[in-house]
Design a protein around this ligand. Structure first.
Ligand code: PBG
Length: 341
């Protein structure tokens, strides 16, 4: 790097960084990154046990809806009005069983919500669907447990059979993007194959590529009642100590047909976001700012310790600066409203 200081020393620098900071206009002109409402994806929850919308205790500020309720239409329309056009649906079943049957049933919570929204609003919103079984099974794991010589373990390949069924049923109900979050090996290939063979080659895959075994998911598991009933998720979710391993997961997901890849959580994993964007820049990269991240901001703001709006935009900005194209956040609508003034 060549810096021109003709007089030597610091007396007459030709390069004065502050020239690019003097006004809002020039700061905007030279800004390297931005956060726009169109970069944001709003998750929402539908619970087939509900008759009316209920504010979540586990995730204050988030409302859980019945699958067919006009409140859902209002939420999506309010987001669209604020230029947030993308959504991620999670379903809560009325019954958990060993094969996650409510996850792939034609009248499951996610399927009903999709049909309802397509009927009421159409295809303008992009609606992605989380594909996992932890909230739908009596054991709370993302895969099928089996007795092995090592004791109870999560069986990879029999889980893929269930994932295929869920993917096809979500696509059939109107999903734009299937988002497998279970971290089974080969899940993207299995789902791609199932979608293509059933005629849903237009449905994409948003892969939870580098999903870490994280304590930041705690509040979410409260909403979904999806904490594992035995053991933990460390035999399938990534070890938080690893960064380069995320490249392996990403290479595999891209080879298997992922359209978009993801890092999750976001804030404590900015280095992972950065390395994936640098090494695979042509694949759109999402970052999921998860429930624990959302609540840390909300709780600190409620105590009056921080200014919520400016901290929120700063954190979203840092996730974009690290390299995320897309940010999935429970704050999507809040952030969009702030950005839109
Ligand atoms: C399900 C799933 C989880 C999240 C999204 N999909 C939780 C988990 O793996 O236990 C977490 C989202 C959040 O914390 O906001 N596999």
């Amino acid at each position: 790097m060549v810096l021109g200081f003709p007089g030597g020393g610091w007396g007459f620098p030709r390069v004065r960084p502050r020239r690019l900071r003097f006004s809002g206009a020039i700061r905007d002109l030279v800004a390297e990154t931005s956060v726009e409402p169109s970069h944001l994806m709003l998750p929402f929850f539908v619970d087939e046990r509900l008759a009316r919308p209920v504010p979540s205790n586990a995730l204050p500020g988030v409302i859980v809806y019945p699958p067919e309720h006009e409140g859902l239409v209002q939420l999506v329309n309010r987001a669209l009005d604020n230029k947030v056009k993308s959504f991620l649906v999670f379903g809560i079943p009325n019954r958990k069983d060993s094969e996650a049957s409510r996850a792939w049933s034609k009248d499951g919570p996610v399927q009903r919500a999709l049909r309802y929204l397509r009927r009421e609003i159409g295809w303008e919103p992009l609606i992605a669907t989380d594909l996992c079984i932890c909230g739908y099974t009596d054991h709370g794991h993302c895969g099928v447990p089996r007795d092995t010589r090592r004791g109870k373990a999560i069986d990879n390949d029999s889980t893929l059979g269930i994932y295929r069924k869920i993917a096809v049923s979500q696509a059939e109900a109107g999903s734009d993007l299937i988002a497998p979050s279970g971290m089974m090996d080969g899940q993207v290939a299995a789902i791609r194959e199932a979608l293509d063979s059933e005629g849903y080659s237009d449905v994409g895959i948003l892969a939870y590529t580098a999903k870490y075994a994280s304590s930041f998911y705690g509040p979410f598991r409260g909403v979904m009642d999806s904490a594992p009933r035995f053991g933990d998720r460390r035999s399938y979710q990534m070890d938080p100590r690893n960064k380069y391993e995320a490249l392996k997961e990403a290479m595999l997901d891209v080879q298997e047909g992922a359209d978009i890849i993801m890092v999750k959580p976001a804030l404590a994993y900015l280095d992972v976001i950065s390395i994936l964007k640098q090494h695979i820049p042509w694949v759109p990269l999402a970052a999921y700012s998860v429930s624990g991240e959302y609540l840390m901001i909300e709780a600190a703001a409620e105590k009056g310790y921080i200014d919520r709006d400016s901290i929120l935009l700063e954190i979203l900005g840092s996730i974009r600066r690290a390299g995320a194209d897309i940010i999935i956040t429970y704050h999507a609508l809040t952030a969009a409203e702030i950005l839109n003034g």
